[in-house]
Design a protein around this ligand. Structure first.
Ligand SMILES: NC(=O)c1ccc[n+]([C@@H]2O[C@H](COP(=O)([O-])OP(=O)(O)OC[C@H]3O[C@@H](n4cnc5c(N)ncnc54)[C@H](OP(=O)(O)O)[C@@H]3O)[C@@H](O)[C@H]2O)c1
Length: 316
């Protein structure tokens, strides 16, 4: 699992200040003076225990709370709180909702197609975009796809960036009826890279045994209609300690996750190509009649990657 950084426990103050005494909003009277040095560092003096502490020079974030600790140490709370919450978002999601944070990654043409009518999807985007996508994998605990994507593309879903191959996440396939063949690369390499299949509970026990014999871990989930109950599946992934899951498609899985309200972030790579209406849409129908019912996201960043663009979004 990735280590979620406990960045909210910052023990330094980062106030940009001119040399000379400065005032900061102390809730207690434990510090009598703070002096800024020419290089921007802050010197605390005359606080509980009479020790002197030196805070980090640099940025202009004011602190809301400074607490005297034992041994004359200062704890500063609330510094970069929003950034800290973002860093730990997967951890909080798991603690608060019992499921990991879910990022949907798509690589499409300008008209939102992820494959041609014949199913060709390699490669819609260029080298830089694909390297960036591999970095996304390294930053997640798991990468997930639907069974049709494995049948169509036979992907490896590993991180193949130089020096980061040991950061390959757990590979997860949502495959209710275990339709993926044993010859698929994901199954064949299950003993070396952890591979989990989310499948329907109690379905075809003999097929389950064969998959387990190949080193695949099966996560058996109840059905919701004819397919796997994704809400239950993600609760189980949270129970297994996952904090961040990157979903790499395809279109049906993406639609089902959006319908279930399970997508928190979107990483959308777009290439300056057009396939047209006979291509495979990035997301299949998910029953929206009114604009008011459309899931809304806010854009967090835009990044140019050669001719391609990566836009990232989060749920407000
Ligand atoms: N350019 C890209 O970024 C990109 C990325 C990925 C894929 N693709 C392309 O997308 C195409 C595959 O997409 P797809 O939409 O056909 O398939 P998909 O989303 O990859 O897989 C759909 C299958 O997942 C299984 N599934 C299990 N539970 C489900 C649930 N609750 N909701 C939805 N599916 C569930 C279903 O099979 P069972 O009912 O048998 O369980 C379903 O048929 C391929 O052409 C691939 O090349 C492109």
């Amino acid at each position: 699992m990735h280590c979620e950084i406990i960045a909210s426990m910052v023990s330094t103050i980062t106030l940009a200040a001119e040399p000379g005494p400065v005032l900061v909003p102390f809730p207690h009277d434990f510090a009598e003076s703070i002096t800024a040095t020419p290089d921007g560092a802050l010197i605390f003096s005359s606080f509980a225990g009479g020790r002197i502490s030196r805070a980090a020079p640099g940025a202009a974030e004011a602190t809301e709370w400074i607490k005297p600790g034992t041994n004359g140490l200062l704890s500063v709370l609330g510094v970069l709180a929003d950034e800290a919450r973002r860093l730990n978002e997967g951890f909080f999601r798991r603690i608060e909702e019992g499921r990991p944070l879910v990022t949907l990654k798509l690589a499409s043409t300008l008209d939102g197609r992820i494959a041609t009518a014949e199913g060709e999807s390699r490669w819609i985007t260029g080298d830089l975009a694909r390297e960036r996508a591999h970095l996304l994998r390294a930053r997640h605990d798991a990468v997930m796809v639907g069974s049709n994507t494995v049948l169509a593309d036979d992907p490896e879903l590993t991180c193949r960036l130089p020096g980061l191959s040991d950061r390959s996440p757990v590979r997860i396939v949502v495959d209710g009826r275990l339709r993926v063949p044993l010859t698929a690369r994901l199954v064949a390499s299950a003993r070396t890279t952890p591979t989990w299949f989310v499948t329907l509970k109690g379905d075809a026990p003999e097929r389950h045994r064969v998959f387990r014999d190949c080193g695949v871990e099966l996560i058996e989930v109840a059905a919701a209609g004819e397919t796997v109950d994704l809400v239950a599946a993600f609760q189980e992934l949270g129970r297994r300690g996952l904090t961040r899951v990157l979903v790499e498609g395809g279109a049906s899985l993406a639609a089902a996750l959006l319908r279930a309200g399970l997508i928190d972030h979107i990483a959308w790579f777009r290439a300056p190509r057009l396939i047209g209406g006979d291509g495979v849409p990035a997301i299949t129908a998910f029953g929206i009649d009114k604009l008011a019912a459309t899931p809304r996201f806010e854009r967090s960043a835009v990044e140019a990657l050669g001719d391609d663009v990566l836009e990232t979004f989060h749920r407000p």
